[in-house]
Design a protein around this ligand. Structure first.
Ligand SMILES: [Zn+2]
Length: 436
């Protein structure tokens, strides 16, 4: 059984339904804040109330504040559960070395969703309109949606989240448990190391792989300009006015657009890699981030790497491909061919081995080393040839210098990944993009 989330934008059937949704979301917020400030915070760290303990008080709270009972009661439980979930998320971030504060009181626009768990909802896609479905939420009402992505036939809906996006749109996330028909991963002993790949994740180059291909990071300049412009627009409006609200929604749309472009790029790369290879090896991004010297972009890069790896894992499951994380220890220093270690400051872009003479781009060497570690972890015997000894004879992958508009054939632009079905992962089109 797997759990998959299906997202749709929804339209309420009337204004009253929209108002009821927002009002019930705010009730959940009240319950969350109440549980946080009255039950959770006053208790010492070693004696925090359990979810059950707080959940058992909900009935008493509803008696005391009757307006809370206008929301579906299980949703109030989910609001309390959210407190415990946030607590465990913070805990795991802390454990990974991130500097995070405590649980926060939620202001009006910081709490935007209501969760229906197990019951209180109904999804009907047998309406008389094509590609159309209706979701009903108990105590709120009906929402229409474009049924562009059908739910699995034999699936069981376990949870639906109704959310008011910052753009003002309403959306639902439907979580379904089902038994998908995914291909099995190949048996480890049948895997040819040639059908596996090591991937080095970076900041300027999004991906550098052990076959010598690099994928640029998205060009986000236009999105960032748009976001800056809309921030300025918003700051000129009177706070809380209708025009301010409109500007705020436009700003949210600009952020959304950037977010969607990144997500699209990740998904396409993950799909391509996991359909073309039997195993993909990547570095553990949290540990890698710790090793990048304390630059500001560190957390952001780590976040994006983590999301990328999660996308690879999801697609790996669907496509019968192993996706394995290796510890990043020494991957940039160690020679992938002979294991000799050389110190390399970040600005040294070439790997040139004093011991065996292997010369290649620094990130390419790292990707080869990741592949070697990955094969080892998967339990595949390797020889030097399997991790790119052959590469030593061919031209090392060239990377474009900053400001260089000429791309080498080994350098793949995000545009090609996003717009074409085939970004040529395994065989770079030799000189195809170069004119005589
Ligand atoms: Zn060497």
């Amino acid at each position: 059984m797997v759990e998959e989330t299906f997202n749709y934008v929804v339209t309420p059937d009337c204004d009253e339904t929209a108002a009821a949704a927002w009002s019930d979301i705010q009730t959940c917020r009240d319950v969350y804040n109440h549980a946080l400030t009255q039950e959770y915070r006053p208790r010492p760290d070693y004696d925090k109330p359990s979810y059950r303990e707080m959940q058992n008080k909900i009935t008493a709270w509803e008696e005391r504040w009757p307006k809370w009972s206008t929301a579906y009661s299980k949703c109030l439980q989910m609001a309390v559960r959210r407190l415990k979930q946030s607590e465990s998320v913070l805990g795991s971030l802390q454990a990974r070395g991130y500097d995070v504060g405590g649980l926060k009181w939620k202001a009006l626009h910081e709490f935007r969703s209501i969760v229906y768990n197990q019951s209180g909802f109904d999804v009907d896609h047998h309406t008389d309109r094509t590609a159309h479905a209706v979701v009903n939420f108990s105590k709120i009402g009906d929402f229409h949606l474009t049924y562009h992505r059908p739910l699995p036939d034999d699936g069981a809906i376990t949870l639906i989240i109704l959310k008011k996006e910052k753009t003002g749109d309403l959306s639902v996330s439907i979580v379904v448990d089902y038994a998908p028909e995914y291909p099995e991963n190949p048996a480890v002993e049948d895997i040819d190391p040639e059908d596996t790949v090591g991937i080095d994740l970076g900041i300027t180059k999004f991906i550098h792989n052990s076959d010598g291909l690099s994928f640029d990071s998205l060009d986000e300049q236009r999105d960032r300009d748009r976001i800056d412009r809309r921030h300025r627009d918003l700051s000129r409006k009177e706070h809380g006015s209708n025009n301010w609200e409109k500007a705020r929604q436009l700003l949210a749309r600009a952020y959304d657009r950037l977010h969607n472009r990144r997500e699209d790029y990740r998904q396409k790369l993950a799909h391509e890699y996991t359909t073309r290879y039997d195993a993909v090896f990547l570095e553990d991004p949290d540990m890698k981030a710790m090793k990048e010297d304390g630059r500001n972009s560190r957390n952001i890069a780590a976040m994006s790497w983590r999301q990328t790896i999660q996308a690879f894992k999801r697609h790996g499951e669907k496509n019968g491909c192993y996706v394995i994380e290796v510890p990043p220890e020494g991957t940039t220093k160690r020679c992938s061919q002979c294991g000799c270690k050389t110190e390399k400051p970040l600005w040294v872009r070439e790997h040139s081995c004093p011991s065996c003479g292997f010369e290649v781009d620094r990130d390419h060497n790292a990707a080869l080393e990741i592949k070697r570690l990955g094969l080892q972890q998967l339990g595949i015997e390797t020889s030097a040839e399997d991790v790119g000894q052959g590469m030593a004879e061919s031209t090392p992958a060239e990377t474009a210098l900053p400001g260089d508009t000429e791309k080498t054939p080994d350098d793949v632009s995000p545009k090609r990944v996003v717009e074409t079905k085939n970004p040529c992962l395994k065989e770079p089109p030799k000189a195809a993009s170069r004119q005589g």
